[in-house]
Ligand binder design. Structure first.
Ligand code: CMC
Length: 429
């Protein structure tokens, strides 16, 4: 490596590659011309050493356990701000002034209702459909209901599509929940703030008056802030890849939602809670720790480990505090799941296997207990993650579309299949 270039020796060729510095974090080696110069690709399954884009939205220092949105530490945003302020920050790059915030809140609020025909669209899903399946389908269907904001070359349509998704995805999520439990849909109430409105759409019924609990609303709002963006994770990369072909934003966010559903990603909070329930009591923990350490057993401690954080996930710390606040507010003194979680965390943090592999609790470890206490069924956990992450996906999608150097994403491969061979007629095989 010399100056701001690095050199790679391939056979008898020496290739110079520029080193690009970011504002913070590791520099990158620009390998864009490698194939043209050597006829070789790089190989990096899971993209563990590959930066797929340049971005100014979110920064993670996984070794130090730092997460910044547009430069602001997640702890400060979660402590002092609200979710819509975070949305504004992610979308526009700066914290809003009071007037900008009031205008943004107003605009989001005015978009919370969904096309009435979407209610009929919902009837096509099986009653017992998983709410994430309903989310993937209904967010994708937004491109049919809001076709007038699908021209990605028009900045105004991009803005409208963004506002529509931030505002309507919670409404769709609440509808997915209501459909799942067999209750009538509840229309948004625009006098409420974003998260209180969401709680009401989920838990109000026509037969009774519903009063939003401000402690629960604040806790869920904080959970939304914690989940709003996380740089180039699997679902965000999916959104960018889908968007790179020029697909409309609703289709891209539906693709991201599908990716989020997996248990290694957004589905982990559901999986973590199921695991805590399966463990059941503190006495059973050593058996499960042994299973997690056994190379021949596919079992993993859900809610532990992270591709990027090799330290305590900063979101997990805030989440743990939020869990205690919610349980206190609801008067839940002895939650056996919380006892199992605290003891599991204590044992794992002192176990050589977890220390050596730098496996710490991630955000999903505590979020399941909190959401369950609030009254959400496990099948809604990933849906709530999707509600929050929608803004991150949109911010990343917008950044990509507005980047003049943007091209269609097209990874290459190391082919290990059969070389060319001749077709054999079926009778001779
Ligand atoms: N329990 C036991 N062992 C683990 C765990 C775990 N949860 N996570 C990783 N390991 C081991 C793994 O077996 C491997 O061991 P070895 O080196 O001996 O083969 C080593 O640690 C490295 O694991 P990896 O799978 O190569 O690491 P990764 O960066 O590819 O995976 C992960 C990251 C999050 C997929 C993984 O830690 C995991 O499956 N965790 C459980 C699922 C989970 O909680 N996911 C939520 C992630 S946070 C929310 C989000 O951002 O979506």
């Amino acid at each position: 490596m010399s100056g701001n270039t690095s050199q790679l020796q391939v056979g008898d060729k020496t290739v110079d590659m520029a080193i690009k510095e970011g504002s913070v974090g590791p520099a990158v080696i620009d390998i864009g011309k490698l194939y043209a110069q050597t006829g070789m690709f790089t190989y990096d399954p899971g993209f563990t050493s590959t930066a797929s884009c340049e971005s100014q939205i979110t920064y993670i220092d996984g070794d130090k356990g730092v997460l910044l949105y547009r430069g602001y530490p997640i702890e400060q945003l979660a402590e002092h701000g609200d979710f819509l302020e975070t949305c504004y920050l992610l979308l526009y790059g700066e914290l809003p002034t009071a007037a900008q915030k009031a205008d943004f809140d107003y605009r989001v609020t005015r978009h919370t209702m969904v096309h009435e025909q979407m209610a009929r669209f919902f009837q096509g899903f099986r009653r017992d459909a998983h709410p994430m399946a309903v989310m993937v389908g209904s967010i994708g269907a937004m491109s049919a209901f809001y076709h007038d904001s699908t021209d990605i070359s028009d900045p105004h349509q991009r803005m409208i599509a963004s506002m529509r998704m931030v505002a309507k995805v919670p409404t769709l999520a609440a509808m997915a929940y209501k459909y799942f439990v067999g209750q009538p849909f509840v229309y948004p109430l625009n006098s409420l703030d974003y998260t209180s409105n969401f709680l009401r759409m989920c838990f109000a019924v026509p037969a009774e008056e519903y009063k939003v609990n401000p402690v629960l609303s604040r806790a869920l709002d904080r959970i939304f802030i914690l989940h709003a963006d996380h740089e180039q994770n699997a679902s965000t990369s999916t959104v960018r890849l889908a968007g790179s072909s020029g697909a409309n934003p609703f289709a891209c966010i539906a693709a991201g939602t599908a990716c989020l559903w997996g248990p290694a990603h957004g589905g982990a909070n559901e999986a973590a809670l199921k695991m805590l329930e399966e463990i059941g009591t503190v006495e059973n923990i050593p058996k499960y720790i042994a299973k997690a350490k056994d190379k021949n057993d596919p079992f993993r401690l859900m809610g532990f480990g992270h591709r990027v954080y090799k330290n305590y996930d900063p979101r997990a710390k805030i989440m743990q505090k939020t869990t205690h606040e919610v349980l206190n507010e609801l008067g839940i003194k002895d939650d056996p799941l919380l006892d199992v979680a605290i003891e599991l965390e204590r044992i794992a943090l002192n176990d050589e296997y977890f220390i050596e592999k730098k496996l710490y609790p991630n955000i999903d470890f505590y979020s399941g207990i909190t959401l369950k206490a609030m009254g959400f069924p496990t099948s809604m956990f990933t849906v709530l993650f999707a509600v929050a992450r929608t803004v991150g996906w949109i911010a990343q999608w917008k950044e990509m579309i507005e980047d003049p150097s943007q091209k269609i994403g097209r990874p290459r491969q190391l082919y290990t299949g059969a070389a060319q061979r001749d077709y054999t007629p079926i009778g001779r095989r």
